[in-house]
Design a protein around this ligand. Structure first.
Ligand code: ATP
Ligand code: MG
Ligand code: ZN
Length: 512
């Protein structure tokens, strides 16, 4: 007789069903797990043995064979413990054999029979729900897993589950946790002066555009970037689940609380490639995926290694990070908005103490660390000049985050109408629109068309550069509530591309 239960193997955010089969047969007392288990799964035997003895049970005297099917899919992690333990309990008759029908389980066992928090409860619960199965998981994962909308049985330990399946003390299904309170975000009103940079930040927020701010130390670049999340609308219900699944796999969902605030990730410039795009022993998601549907902020952009920056090119273009393993690829979504900041050169490039005394070569050198193709993925370039003493002595500006966020929300509403909800994954904002398609939605009037055509020739814009100007112009018109893109909108969009003050190499990177 074989007893069985379902569990899941994680491949990216996808939870693939695994059939756990347990067979007891005569012969020598042995306990084997087959089906490509990694070391952590192999060690499951010891944890199951210990948890059973904590329950006052011993493992069956027969040969116990655990098969994890399909056998050719590698099984990684410690979350197989619970499914293996439950299947053995059914095999020895400690719980009714048919009680595990339509049940999936994940969870790591402690030696005392307790169930420890496990990463990936949300994607597992969503997969169980789509298979019309109930999910059994540790109680610390219940609030998170219940967001799937399926039946979730969350238990602190193995004995509670034995009582549940025997019908002596049935468990109540877990309820979804509360949404996390939005953290108090800093206000745009704190930033004095910098009207140009604030305008660029608002455009970036409205159309989901990638932005690079260049300015001397202490001009407020980091300050501005930290105020971007406050301008962005909250995650939609669909986005919330997508983002939370990634955070669940990374073990980042605290107390099962999901948050509708868009992710804002600011990795340090010493970040390694696996930290940035994902990888490592369990192919964990990287920063670019943790920032899915949110913002990836790269402060001091030229200080990142060229290799790390280039590894971001593909996720930036396709909205997906692909991690290569020995025999397969693991994919995580990574639809992000990139915000970057840089000093004009290594010395700082500002007036006073940070003035560059090495000449233009210093600037060119600093920016040459960033490849042209990387810079080509940036929609808006903006100069953030040193704030003057006059600026700082001004009273706080009358407009802050609330006013700008309201304009952004209106512009985003127009985009939602334009792109519809059906294909929202690819086209939620202007920045996501595939190049040639933007021409159809851009609706330039004759004057704007003449200006863009002329500028494209003079600036020798590439096809990608040309489309980026159109996308930014479309966003500026959306902020204006205009159905067609007029000359003023196109003209402003062009100012964010052509930057005579930029180091020569960067200038050519944008234009080329
Ligand atoms: N425009 C501004 N209005 C008000 N305060 C400012 C402004 N710019 C800078 N500051 C003050 O200076 C501090 C440093 O600013 P911030 O860290 O944003 O500069 P930065 O441009 O990122 O500099 P760095 O290039 O050194 O990273 C801020 O915490 C703030 O107190
Ligand atoms: Mg800074
Ligand atoms: Zn310099």
């Amino acid at each position: 007789m074989i007893s069985r239960i379902t569990t899941f193997a994680f491949e990216g955010v996808e939870a693939r069903p695994i059939d756990v089969q347990v067979q007891l047969s005569g012969g020598a007392n042995a306990f084997n797990i087959v089906g490509l288990p990694d070391k952590a799964v192999g060690e499951s035997r010891e944890r199951v043995r210990a948890a059973f003895s904590a329950l006052g049970l011993s493992l069956p005297p027969e040969r116990t064979l655990v098969n994890l099917a399909p056998a050719d899919l590698p099984k990684e992690g410690s979350h197989y413990d619970l499914a293996i333990a439950l299947a053995i309990l059914a095999a020895i008759g400690a719980i009714p054999r048919d009680s595990l029908e339509g049940v999936a389980a994940i969870g790591e066992l402690a030696l005392d029979g307790g169930l420890a928090q496990t990463a990936g409860a949300l994607p597992a619960a969503m997969a169980a729900e789509s298979l019309e199965m109930a999910l059994v998981c540790p109680s610390t994962c219940g609030a998170e897993a219940a967001w799937s909308g399926g039946t979730v049985l969350a238990s602190p330990n193995l004995i509670t589950l034995v009582n549940h399946f025997n019908g002596t003390r049935p468990l109540m299904p877990a309820r979804a946790g509360a949404l996390a309170e939005a953290p108090a975000a800093p206000d745009l009103r704190d930033v004095k002066g910098q009207e140009g940079a604030k305008r660029a930040l608002e455009i970036a927020a409205a159309g989901g555009h990638n932005l690079l701010m260049i300015g001397p130390p202490g001009s407020g670049k980091s300050m501005l970037a930290q105020r971007l999340p406050g301008l962005l609308p909250p995650l939609s219900a669909r986005e919330l689940l997508e983002v939370s699944q990634i955070h669940s796999i990374a073990g980042l969902l605290e107390r099962g609380q999901l948050s509708r605030t868009r992710p804002f990730r600011a990795p340090h410039h010493s970040a390694s490639m696996p930290a940035m795009v994902g990888g490592g022993i369990k192919a964990r998601p990287g920063e670019v995926s943790m920032a899915h549907h949110g913002v990836l902020f790269l402060d001091e952009l030229p200080e990142f290694t060229a290799q790390v920056l280039d590894s971001l090119r593909q996720p930036l273009e396709n909205g997906e990070a692909v991690i290569s393993r020995a025999n397969r690829h693991v994919r995580y979504p990574s639809r992000i908005q990139l915000i970057a900041a840089a000093n004009p050169c290594k010395c700082g490039g500002g007036p006073g103490a940070f003035q560059c005394r090495k000449g233009p070569a210093c600037q060119a050198n600093y920016f040459s660390r960033i490849s042209g193709p990387f810079l080509d993925r940036i929609d808006l370039f903006v100069d953030v000049a040193q704030v003057t003493a006059t600026d700082l002595s001004l009273p706080p500006p009358s407009e802050g985050t609330a006013e700008a966020a309201a304009r952004v929300a209106k512009a985003r509403e127009l985009q939602t109408k334009r792109y519809g909800d059906s294909d929202a994954r690819r086209r939620a904002v202007n920045a996501d629109t595939p190049g040639p398609e933007i021409e159809g939605v851009c609706r330039l009037d004759a004057n704007a068309k003449a200006l863009v055509t002329q500028a494209a020739e003079q600036m020798a814009l590439t096809a990608r550069g040309f489309y980026r100007v159109l996308k930014v112009a479309r966003t500026i018109a959306d902020l204006d509530g205009a159905a067609t893109v007029a000359r003023v909108h196109a003209a402003e969009a062009l100012t964010y591309r052509f930057r005579p003050a930029m180091p020569a190499r960067v200038g050519s990177g944008i234009v080329a």
